[in-house]
Design a protein around this ligand. Structure first.
Ligand code: SAH
Length: 197
């Protein structure tokens, strides 16, 4: 399966039609870094729009041009300026911005790529986040043993996997189960907020 083909055929079962409740909560809480943020594998862009604000410019990345068209339509519907939220049709692993990001938000991206690529994801994230920036991961689907999602993607992703990938470079300032999730994802999500040691 290529991602673009899945988008073209409307096989986008991952698309919940909005951001996860915990992201809305974090944004309302007001203590996420402002400045420049990155959302890898952003799909239709729900989380890009949720994070975009007067003091936060958000870049979404996706390899699928069809996702980027959906993104553009949704952005227009919501009246969000292209200066605050934009999408690049680009491979995350090839993304080399002029300056690092203050915030990287990962949800349904790390679990979507092949698990053999996870160490490369960790190296790339390390290169993309500014020294005093923050990495925030919504860890999903946290299942041990047989996954309700079959062979994947999504591939099971546990808090311990993130620790193994990120420590000792990063330390969790918050790592715990979330209490509100989209239907069908309850009990399968943990929030991780990571800062450099
Ligand atoms: N975060 C979105 C989409 C999750 S599905 C949501 O929750 O709705 C994973 C997305 O990652 C797909 O849209 C796919 O096209 C994109 N993707 C897969 N590999 C990628 C890569 N190497 N670089 C950028 N995007 C990628």
């Amino acid at each position: 399966m290529t991602w673009e083909k899945a988008w073209q055929e409307g096989r986008t079962g991952w698309d919940a039609g909005g951001s996860p409740p915990i992201l809305e909560e974090l944004v309302r809480g007001g203590d996420l870094p402002t400045g420049r943020a990155l959302v890898p594998g952003c799909g239709a862009g729900w989380d890009v729009f949720t994070l975009a604000s007067e003091d936060r410019e958000v870049v979404g990345l996706d390899v699928a041009p069809t996702a980027a068209r959906r993104f553009a339509d949704l952005r227009a519907e919501r009246g969000i300026g292209a200066d605050r939220a934009h999408i690049l049709i680009e491979d995350f692993f090839a993304h080399t911005p002029a300056a690092p990001y203050d915030l990287v938000w990962d949800y349904t991206f790390l679990c979507a790529i092949d698990p053999s690529e996870r160490p490369r994801w960790a190296d790339k994230v390390d290169a993309l986040v500014a020294p005093d920036g923050e990495l925030v991961t919504l860890i999903f689907p946290a299942v041990e043993g047989d996954s309700p999602f079959g062979e994947g993607p999504p591939f099971p992703l546990l808090p311990q996997h993130l620790r193994d990938l990120l420590e000792p470079r990063w330390r969790p300032v918050r790592l715990e189960p979330v209490t509100h999730s989209h239907p069908g994802r309850e009990g399968l999500e943990h929030i991780g907020r990571w800062r450099r040691r």
